[in-house]
Design a protein around this ligand. Structure first.
Ligand code: 2HG
Ligand code: ZN
Length: 473
């Protein structure tokens, strides 16, 4: 029997190499392996090869080649998405394993246009590089997140990333003025002119934002920047409970103009981070709950901070304040190091959920009870973005493929009128539960859009929507 699959793959490798150059087609299993496992280590799957196109024209040719042979494609940016959306799942029995298209070489970064406060960035530009470019022009990029050194513009657009400053500037979607993207048949669409007002029909760029690589491959984007706010204060509060943290958020929202982050975590997370990072204790005592607040403005925010603190009527509160960059980084570490600390304990189940802010304190109690009853002995570490009602429920203990805790937590979220994904997306992790947050008619509309743009189900099959040998019904 001739090895047909092997022959087909060798031909594919040669054809892809003719487009990108052989150095950018990785076939060897050791070279492929890092692309096949997601950051959490919970999601992984085999690929045929990895291709790294360097231009939009190359992306288009690669997609045409793969679509013409019915070979599925998995898109990968910084691979920091946490829901398995950027790695292969189980191979499709009919079509075999996918090709991974890495956007890492689409790393062109245009000049910052300070008059319009905009910049054009390739999909492979990391968030940290984008932030540095904005900073050198006296501007700032409005989105910030802990994975800034690895997360890339393309992935952040595909997942509509949120992060630390959503309460002030909104998520990634709010920063995207237009994208350049390649459709499933290789067609390139481009809206990089940066026109703030452009009412000429469907906003195709915004359709692609948050579509998790299922509708198009983003290759570049025109992004909004904001004026840099150099006067920054970070306050770490030690508090009795979630309700007190929300009281701080409430007062700061009303009284402080440059209020831009309100990050919630708890004693168990603080203790783990201190131990894992060998950090000193930031406050004299332990507290059940912590809130990291950041204020940034043009003028010194101290007077409005003092006035907000005077209005705060929460007992048993302690604070540590940082007014310089080194102190701010030190205080931020207790919050930002949660993800890496939890991963050092094992392979986490990560449930990124939002609740109406008014239900967050009840949810915190309920989720502790629920996890303890479904998986006694599991370790639960909670943290999140208090201003957005967004909690990251991290559970260590259940096996990677044991979905009992996931199921219980997501049903609890739905019963409390929350969303099963706040900022990470559905990926492969949550497709089973999409119906908890989206109605049948919404899912049918999403499937119709997917079918219209990618009838062969080439782009990220198995991500976001399941059963994707789609029909238009
Ligand atoms: C964060 O806010 C990130 O720290 C990651 O969204 C959350 O690791 C997580 O569960
Ligand atoms: Zn987050």
């Amino acid at each position: 029997m001739p090895d047909t699959r092997g022959l087909i793959d060798r031909q594919l490798e040669a054809d892809l190499a003719a487009v990108t150059g052989p150095a950018h087609v990785l076939v060897d299993s050791d070279l492929r392996r890092p692309y096949e496992v997601d950051w959490t280590r919970r999601f992984s799957g085999p690929s045929r090869m990895v291709v790294r196109p360097g231009t939009v024209a190359e992306v288009s040719q690669v997609i045409r080649l793969l679509a013409g042979r019915d070979v599925p494609l998995v898109l990968q940016g910084g691979n920091t998405g946490l829901v398995g959306g950027s790695v292969p799942g189980q191979p499709d029995p009919g079509r075999g394993a996918p090709v991974i298209l890495s956007t890492s070489r689409l790393s062109g970064l245009g000049p910052v246009d300070s008059v319009s406060a905009q910049v054009t960035a390739g999909a492979g530009v990391t968030l940290a590089r984008l932030q540095a470019a904005a900073h050198s022009a006296g501007l700032a990029f409005p989105v910030d997140l802990a994975a800034r050194d690895s997360a890339t513009v393309g992935g952040m657009i595909a997942t509509n990333a949120g992060g630390l400053h959503v309460l002030r500037y909104g998520p990634m979607r709010a920063q995207v003025l237009g994208v350049e993207a390649v459709l499933a048949d290789g067609t390139v669409i481009s809206r990089l002119s940066g026109l703030v007002k452009d009412n000429t029909g469907y906003d195709l760029s915004q359709l692609v934002v948050g579509s998790e690589g299922t509708l198009a491959v983003v290759t570049a984007a025109r992004l909004r920047l904001v004026g840099e706010k150099p006067q920054r204060i970070v306050v770490l509060f030690g508090l009795p409970d979630t309700t007190s943290a929300l009281a701080v958020v409430d007062i700061f929202r009303r009284k402080i103009d440059g209020f831009q982050a309100a990050e919630l975590f708890y004693d168990e997370g603080m203790e783990l981070v201190i131990e894992h990072g060998s950090l000193s204790r930031p406050l004299a005592d332990r507290h059940p709950c912590y809130l990291t607040v950041e204020i940034a403005s043009l003028e010194d925010p101290t007077p409005s901070l003092m006035s907000a603190l005077e209005d705060l009527d929460v007992p048993d509160t302690a604070t540590a304040v940082a007014i310089d960059a080194i102190g701010a980084e030190r205080l931020w570490a207790y919050r930002e190091r949660h993800t890496e600390t939890v991963s050092a304990l094992g392979v986490p189940h990560k449930l990124d959920v939002t609740l109406p802010v008014s239900s967050l304190a009840d949810f915190e109690k309920e989720v502790r009870r629920e996890v303890a009853s479904v998986h006694p002995g599991a370790r639960l570490i909670l943290w999140g973005h208090a201003g957005d009602g967004n909690l990251h429920v991290n559970v260590i203990g259940p096996a990677a493929d044991d979905e009992g805790v996931d199921d219980a937590v997501l049903h609890l979220v739905a019963s409390m009128h929350g969303s099963i994904s706040a900022e990470h997306g559905i990926g492969r992790a949550k497709t089973r539960w999409l119906h908890l947050s989206r109605s049948d008619s919404e899912i049918a509309t999403m499937r119709a859009l997917k079918f219209a743009l990618d009838p062969g189900d080439i782009l990220n099959p198995g991500v976001l929507l399941t059963d994707q040998r789609l029909t238009a019904d």
